[in-house]
Design a protein around this ligand. Structure first.
Ligand SMILES: Cc1ncc(COP(=O)(O)O)c(CNc2conc2O)c1O
Length: 385
């Protein structure tokens, strides 16, 4: 359990709904890879992975090897792809745990071959850079050499090839089309089509379901969040937001005119005011720039006043409320709600960033069929994830 009244709720029914909706939306021969990197965008890696696999996903994707190893440690046996770079010396560790790696450099492959002692098969997905400008091969010669090296070495298997789009979530599809055409051209460099060919993130899967080849990499929309505000009105099915964030008032006081609140004494009461203290702060990921944004108390929006502290923040209440009154920072109370998009917009960022930065200090309560399945408290678990 946990011993501070601040927590996140992850509604696994929403995760299930979002994946099951995509499952029935996509052509039946198109598989789903659930992107659960960054602790499933802050939602809880193993719990989201399990739910996604139940709802029709068959693969998992993470950012780097440790995230894949953590899923294996938590009993996940599904195929996992590491989307980012891996050290060549870790190739045997990946092979032992049957974790597929992304390859995109010939030198890397040569080093990995030197380090490969286990005799176990290593699964690779070749990444092609069609215009994201991050990772991936760009040249035909290097591409051919990489594939030839893999094919020439019996323990290396090329099971996939993929690319990533930079603008799939934008209304204008010019650059998307350029990347898609480039991918088609680059695929011609291969002597054969590997088993898995993929290019689709959430936006591509939802907008261009016939352009995703045979597996999609489903991230943000699995969490019930639109890949961008621009395409939100055009999504093919309803997404259900899985993440909510709550706390409880731990102190309430009346301020007289002229009295101050928080560091720097930057806030001055202009009249007699009720002020509540809430045990969440920037060390929990509720960063200082959220000062003057609002939270929900008794179904009403109330402002965060004064500077946000490391562990606490203050709110101005319309009237006295008892200690223990629930505060909702992301989510719904009565007919008021604060969405992930609203928090992101206030911070001039994107919805992806918000749940990822709600830190290990905030326990995650996992709900299924409206009942608590599990509580994950990284402060007590000691692994701080
Ligand atoms: C290679 C790759 N594939 C799939 C996804 C899933 O995309 P989606 O969440 O839009 O469905 C990501 C997300 N990567 C990132 C999302 O935000 N910053 C990123 O680097 C990615 O980097």
């Amino acid at each position: 359990m946990f011993h501070r009244d601040t927590w996140a709720e992850v509604d696994l029914d929403a995760i299930f709904h979002n994946v099951a909706s995509l499952r029935s939306f996509l052509p039946k021969e198109t598989a789903i890879m659930a992107v659960v990197k960054a602790n499933a965008y802050g939602h809880g890696d193993a719990q989201v992975a399990k739910t996604a696999l139940e709802a029709g996903a068959s693969h998992l994707a993470v950012a780097f090897l440790d995230e894949a190893l953590a899923l294996r440690q938590k009993g996940m046996h599904a195929p996992i792809l590491v989307l980012g770079a891996t050290r060549p010396e870790d190739v045997d560790l990946a092979a032992e745990k049957r974790i597929a790696l992304t390859v995109f450099q010939q030198e890397w492959l040569e080093e990995a071959k030197q380090h490969h002692q286990s005799g176990l098969p290593v699964l690779f997905h070749l990444k092609m850079d069609t215009g994201m400008g991050r990772l991936g091969v760009k040249e035909e010669e290097e591409t051919k050499r990489i594939v030839a090296m893999i094919d020439a070495y019996p323990h290396f298997l090329l099971e996939g090839v993929y690319t990533h789009f930079a603008t799939a979530d934008e209304i204008n599809t010019d650059y998307f089309s350029f990347q898609y055409e480039t991918f088609l051209r680059m695929l011609e460099w291969l002597p054969y089509r590997p088993k898995w060919v993929h290019c689709g993130n959430s936006a591509t899967s939802l907008r261009f379901p016939t352009k995703v080849f045979n597996i999609v990499r489903f991230g943000i929309a699995m969490y019930g969040l639109s890949p961008s505000l621009a395409i939100k009105p055009y999504l093919p099915f309803t997404l259900k937001e899985a993440f909510s964030l709550h706390s409880r008032v731990v102190h309430v006081k009346r301020l007289l005119p002229g009295e101050k609140v928080s560091y720097g004494a930057t806030y001055t009461a202009e009249q007699e005011e009720w002020v509540g203290t809430v045990p969440i702060g920037y060390a929990d990921g509720w960063i200082r720039k959220l000062q003057n944004f609002h939270v929900l108390v008794n179904g009403e929006k109330v402002p965060i006043i004064g500077r946000i502290c490391m562990d606490q923040l203050m709110i101005r209440l319309p009237s006295y409320v008892p200690i223990g009154t629930k505060v909702t920072l992301i989510g719904q109370q009565a007919d008021e709600k604060i969405t992930m998009d609203e928090v992101a917009q206030y911070l001039d960022t994107i919805n992806y960033e918000i749940p990822c930065t709600i830190s290990y200090r905030v326990p995650r309560i996992f709900l299924r069929n409206k009942s608590i399945m599990e509580v994950r408290n990284a402060v007590l678990d000691g692994n701080n994830v």
